[in-house]
Write a protein that binds this ligand. Structure first.
Ligand code: ACO
Length: 324
């Protein structure tokens, strides 16, 4: 039998850091408002690098750290809601940039659940026995879809990328998963609505910028996502206290507090880095995972059980429990 395992992690963020105080210079907001409601203190904002540039940096770092060549890769999946273009895909650009000539590549669009959905898909590609090695990357330049005149959303998001190398192995590392979508609630978080535009039809639903019903998303996260995490643990061979770390989408520290309470888990087991990056959508979980490895919390030696949970636009939410 074939199984898949995460064998390397990496992340990258643009150099420019924008603090809450910097934002207060250009809009009617304050560090106190932003940090008390969200935990966010700063975010990285890209000056000249595109989503595929950020993803390429992660891909090159993954190759370097793992000592494999780009030619060894069978596939590249990039989870993103801020591609450089719909065609070619961001993943195709990364494939060209790193010279992964044997790899097929495509983007996966599931907003802040994108990395978890992509990792689940990649695990199936490998455990089917058809493929041996692939990159799964979450990469976003949300700064280009944020409405910078809307303080209610502009302060929440940032740019960055993170990813993993997934490889074939002979023992089971993916222990349980649940993935969900509720399109009937999709209007509460939207971006880049594309109306019809032709000599024959013009529709009104053209809206480039990200829109959000903050309260609805907050309630969704603490109700549906917390329940889904509980259900995934129940479907796994583990008890909640056997999970070493819960790496959750980094939207808001208050959401993490509420989920911790619902799960009966100490916040020490739910690390956060939204204070440094803001919400980077599909990139937030792999950036956090990579930082946890850098800090020695997560070891990549097969000794730990990690829960990954993403939630966001769609609405979508998904949880994976892996040995890492
Ligand atoms: N600075 C100062 N004041 C602000 C700002 C700001 N940046 N943004 C909004 N306000 C004001 C509003 O205008 C409003 O003023 P009013 O009472 O005079 O009308 C007041 O603050 C309260 O606004 P609310 O939107 O009701 O603020 P709330 O307490 O709900 O907090 C927040 C907003 C932080 C977005 C919250 O709803 C939340 O955390 N939602 C979760 C959604 C989330 O994190 N989304 C991230 C993307 S989605 C995802 O990743 C899943």
């Amino acid at each position: 039998m074939k199984f898949a395992k995460i064998s390397q992690v990496a992340h990258y963020a643009p150099e420019q850091v924008v603090t809450n105080d910097d934002l207060a210079q250009i809009m009617d907001t304050s560090d106190e408002w932003i940090s008390s409601r969200t935990g966010i203190k700063k975010r990285h904002i890209s000056h000249h690098e595109s989503t595929s540039d950020l993803a390429t940096s992660v891909a090159l770092d993954l190759l370097k750290k793992s000592g494999i060549s780009a030619q060894d890769l069978d596939f590249i999946i990039v989870a993103t809601i801020t591609p450089d273009s719909l065609m070619p895909s961001t993943a195709a650009r990364v494939q060209a940039n790193i010279g992964a000539n044997e790899a097929f590549a495509y983007d996966l669009v599931a907003a802040c659940s994108g990395f978890v959905f992509a990792l689940s898909t990649a695990e199936k590609l490998i455990s089917s026995g058809a493929y041996q090695k692939g990159l799964v990357i979450g990469s976003e330049t949300l700064s280009k879809v944020v409405d910078w005149s809307d303080r209610g959303t502009a302060v929440l998001f940032g740019d960055g990328a993170g990813g993993v190398l997934l490889e074939s192995t002979s023992d089971q590392h993916f222990l349980a998963e649940i993935q969900k979508t509720d399109g009937s609630r999709g209007e509460s978080l939207t971006s880049c609505l594309m109306g019809l535009q032709s000599p024959f039809a013009q529709t009104e639903d053209d809206e480039k910028y990200l829109t959000m019903d903050g309260r609805a998303i907050f309630d969704f996260a603490i109700r549906d996502v917390a329940q889904s995490i509980k259900d995934t643990i129940e479907a796994s061979p583990l008890e909640v206290d056997e999970i070493d770390y819960f790496l959750l989408h980094q939207a808001n520290d208050r959401i993490l507090n509420k989920i911790a309470k619902k799960l009966g888990v100490s916040r020490d087991k739910i690390p956060a880095n939204m204070m440094e990056y803001g919400n980077t959508s599909a990139a937030s979980i792999p950036i956090l995972l990579s930082e946890c490895v850098e800090q020695g919390l997560v070891k990549l030696d097969g000794s730990q059980k990690i829960l990954l949970s993403g939630f966001g636009g769609g609405l979508t939410w998904g949880t994976l429990i892996v040995t890492i």
